[in-house]
Design a protein around this ligand. Structure first.
Ligand code: DQA
Length: 137
């Protein structure tokens, strides 16, 4: 199985950014343990702070990979373009969030990804990503 985790803006700061909300582990530390645990699957990782780069990556992998785990971060709530890309591709997308966005500000309650996602996992910290990986196994 070929999976990819696509992370959006500011998620490169995981471990440093608002650790009370997002935890103190960096994403690379987390990914190393996950790759070790799920050795039989290929798990790639791409992060960008740039909306168009996220769309380019979705298009690039979206017709050949088995699964996409997408945390579009703030673009979740703003990007018609990323929402359209998720609709356009064939690979199923699981939307992921570290925090429970429904317990936070009103503007985080809407997602442009959700209508075309295979499913959504949120609120479990970095474990949200692991649960998404398991959904593709
Ligand atoms: C987030 C939630 C978003 O509302 C926020 O903009 C993020 C991270 C999460 O993983 O909890 O950057 O996607």
């Amino acid at each position: 199985k070929k999976l990819i985790i696509i992370n959006g803006p500011n998620l490169n700061l995981l471990g440093k950014r608002e650790p009370n909300i997002y935890g103190s582990l960096s994403f690379t530390e987390f990914l190393d343990t996950i790759k070790e645990k799920y050795k039989t699957v290929s798990i790639e990782h791409f992060q960008s702070n740039i909306e168009g780069e996220l769309i380019d990556k979705l298009q690039e992998v979206g017709f050949s990979y088995d699964g996409i785990i997408l945390n579009a971060a703030a673009y979740t709530h703003t990007s018609v373009g990323i929402g359209d890309a998720v609709k356009a591709i064939e690979t199923p997308v699981v939307e992921v969030h570290i925090s429970n966005t429904f317990g936070r500000e009103e503007f985080r309650h809407h997602s442009y990804i959700a209508p075309n996602a295979k499913g959504i996992i949120l609120g479990f910290g970095l474990q949200s990503y692991e649960l998404a990986i398991q959904s593709f196994l």
